[in-house]
Design a protein around this ligand. Sequence first.
Ligand SMILES: Nc1nc2c(ncn2[C@@H]2O[C@H](COP(=O)(O)OP(=O)(O)O)[C@@H](O)[C@H]2O)c(=O)[nH]1
Ligand SMILES: [Mg+2]
Length: 470
Amino acid sequence: MIIADMADGLTRGVERLGAGVSGTFFEPTIRIGVTGLARAGKTVFITSLVANLLARDRMPGLAAAAEGAIRTAYLQPQPDDTVPRFEFEDHLAALTGPDPHWPDSTRSVSELRLSLRVQPSGLLSGLSGPRTVHLDIVDYPGEWLLDLGLLEQSYDEWSARSLARIEGREAAAPFRAALDAAPEGRWEEPDAQALARAWTATLEARRREGGSDLSPGRFLLPGELEGSPVLTFAPLPPETAAARGGLRREMARRFDAYKTRVVKPFFRDHFARIDRQIVLVDALGAIHRGPAAVEDLRRTLADILGAFRPGRNAWLSRLLLGRRVEKILFAATKADHLHHTQHARMAAIMEALVADAKSRADFAGARTAAMAIASLRATTEDQVPHEGGSLDVVRGILAETGRRAAFHPGELPQDPGRLLVPARQGAEAWLDGDYGAMRFAPQPLSLKPGEGPPHIRLDRAAQFLIGDRL
Ligand SMILES: Nc1nc2c(ncn2[C@@H]2O[C@H](COP(=O)(O)OP(=O)(O)O)[C@@H](O)[C@H]2O)c(=O)[nH]1
Ligand SMILES: [Mg+2]
């Protein structure tokens, strides 16, 4: 174990040296990690961010864009040859084409390099020539960060913990049946597959109930590994018949393979190289689903953010060699569902959702911020008469029917505790009424030259993430 760990550390060191001297002679590279749970808005965020960095008229909040310091921006081949490229052109065509629609969901890691030619204008402009800054944007599922905790567990420990957690739970009844059906002694691959399938179904059911400790994380979002042996295992209690045969030994072997072949490479090749991170959160969606969903979101975020806590994991600390993520932005997405008068409340809720995780370590001095953003604004604001007064609404095209509608999701509380406290106490419903949800389709756009897609505070997000390096 120790030898394997050391070897991992060595590769990392050598590779880092290589990156410093090859190719990119003195051209600074900022690696931006974009993560969040499924459907949080990662794909739309990256697409709109890149489009708005290529055409910068809608980016006044990014100082370098407002001052004209960014002379040109262009896409380049990415540095990592084996990582799928983020399909920017396809996604942009979906969002801004003649029949605008949301892009297909992606289930794995991808990368895109955008290069900016920067020359400060004004006083400093004569002092230095233009320089090139590369932005390597990496899109990866937040679910994968949940696996960090597995690295410290043996198969026996993981089995014991996992089984204790599902004890007596209805959601796990099919898995228990699969355990009973597992053969004694000789086993065949379909037996392992049946157990893995039943375990995956248990995780899916637990996620629906609001469980957050769901491992292995890749079982819920397998990407290209779906069906491979490294994802075909399940926890086995030591005393069962199946455990006495060779099946348990094989499951333990696959668990170890999962750690070394799936979890570690992700952290080594992607996570450990990130300079700046944005964590996207569909907080509004959780609020709409109710207190249990909000509490689940809070706990899952705490687990996810554990990966950014230095010293959380000895292997990861060695890999990082003291390096750390410099900035983390927590962004509540889809803020275009809210009238702007509610955006500050949304940002406060976002901040409160991650407050616990933050207070535990403050991410070792990484700068953090919370914002409410919309990567692609699908609505316009309006006021409608309501009970003698007027009500702030947003208008858009409903994704399901294509009809136009005005929407008021409900008043978010000034104090985030009004939502987070009842959620933590296990309330069944919100005290102050319901929060609605609607899915709007992207609006048809006619963009002028120089304009990217409309958004809310994408420029502020960019300023926080990269502004200091331009
Ligand atoms: N109204 C609105 N909806 C959004 C926005 N961003 C994402 N969405 C919605 O969220 C869904 C998931 O977004 P996507 O970027 O694919 O999420 P991912 O799974 O994290 O990559 C989309 O299909 C849209 O319905 C936004 O800025 N405004
Ligand atoms: Mg995606």
